[in-house]
Design a protein around this ligand. Structure first.
Ligand code: TXA
Ligand code: MG
Length: 353
């Protein structure tokens, strides 16, 4: 029922009008952009993770996204556009000026893994199901040629959460989307593995001081260059607490195996030794497991960028191998570690200090 269609990012050229050097990519993206226009949902690669897209201005398409993912309806979605021109033409009032606070960030990180909040103004066509009734909507301009081509060809702003089933690990390859959503959506565009491996950074520049709502592909350190006074919002919230970024209160990113996050090496080894479960230890910057530790060992990489890129693919691979317990070595918040740890703290059911 679900069709997987290949698209080669290298065959897509140019900002502005999209051109293709490969007829298969062209035809597959035309099929899928037509589907988007007809209010169907399509999974597609972005530079961060695979997204599950639908027309952001049509309730039926947005409903289909929530239904396919089994996503709670109070968690708003990000709208994706293919150009700033399209953002203005499709979603903003004629004389609207994007707030000054965003100018530097937009010029440096669009296209790219940065999401900003803009006000929902009178006449705004974005579905209320996208904003979950908030007075703002989240928008980003993705860098991935396949994402951009799809949005450009359909000339439709596309609401797209990550294309995993709700609570599952992020999808960084088409096979992950097939695993979670096969039979639940009509099309998956396979454009290879995603570069970043976790989602975009979400910022709110409509408030003073400006806020980082979700750490992600653009580092907090670099956001600080533009916004020295940026504050970070609470990483976790209780089930009934109102939160600025509603996504933060749900369990997220979890494989079937139990994930344990370890800050101490000796604590990690002891945990593995005491457990009777089939275990794996995923190392990052410094753990060196002894050879008599009876566990599968894998390296996620030694930089936050490498770890982000590998993390969710490897968590899913552990499930495929029948691993029941995954102990992951924690990293510090610096140099992109904040975004990785934000995801790992939600995926983990226990933390060893
Ligand atoms: O990299 C990404 O951002 C991926 C790819 C597919 O582009 N998309 C993604 O979308 O992660 P989603 O829907 O899974 O995450 C949206 C995040 C959630 O944390 C949500 O709560 C927040 O953005 N968000 C969306 N609209 C918001 C709003 N109006 N106010 C505050 N937070 C908002
Ligand atoms: Mg998500």
């Amino acid at each position: 029922m679900t069709k997987v269609l290949k698209a080669s990012p290298a065959a897509i050229t140019g900002f502005g009008p999209v051109t293709f050097s490969d007829p298969v990519t062209a035809s597959n993206l035309q099929t899928c952009s037509k589907a988007l226009k007809e209010n169907l949902v399509v999974a597609f690669p972005t530079e961060t993770v695979y997204g599950l897209g639908g027309n952001a201005c049509l309730d039926v398409a947005v409903q289909a996204i929530y239904a396919a993912k089994n996503r709670p309806a109070d968690n708003p979605l990000i709208v994706h556009v293919s150009s700033v021109e399209q953002l203005h033409r499709k979603l903003l009032p004629p004389d609207y000026k994007i707030p000054e606070a965003y100018h530097v960030l937009i010029s440096e990180y669009w296209p790219g893994p940065l999401t900003i909040l803009l006000p929902v103004l009178p006449g705004c066509p974005v579905s209320k199901l996208v904003t979950a009734g908030q007075s703002t909507f989240a928008v980003r301009l993705p860098l991935h040629p396949v994402a951009r081509a799809l949005i450009e060809l359909s000339d439709t702003p596309v609401a797209a959460p990550s294309a995993n089933a709700s609570t599952r690990p992020l999808p960084t390859m088409a096979a992950h989307v097939v695993h979670d959503l096969n039979g639940r959506i009509p099309f998956i565009v396979d454009g290879g593995a995603c570069e970043v491996g976790l989602e975009s950074t979400v910022v709110d520049g409509l408030v003073l001081p400006p806020m980082l709502l979700r750490p992600g592909g653009v580092l907090l350190e670099t956001i600080r260059n533009a916004w020295p006074n940026v504050v970070t919002s609470k990483a976790n919230a209780g089930k009934n607490e109102p939160v600025k970024t509603p996504g933060m209160k749900y369990k997220h990113y979890s494989p079937t195996a139990k994930v344990v996050l370890a800050r101490s090496q000796s604590g990690a080894f002891e945990y593995v030794r005491k457990s009777s479960m089939r275990s794996a230890l995923l190392t990052t910057k410094s753990f060196i497991p002894p050879s008599d530790l009876n566990t599968l060992v894998g390296s996620l990489g030694t930089t936050a960028q490498a770890i982000s890129h590998n993390l969710f693919r490897m968590l899913r691979e552990m499930d495929d191998q029948g691993i029941e317990l995954i102990v992951v070595e924690a990293i510090g918040p610096e140099d992109g570690g904040l975004a990785v740890m934000n995801r790992l703290e939600k995926a983990a059911s226990e933390i060893i200090d």
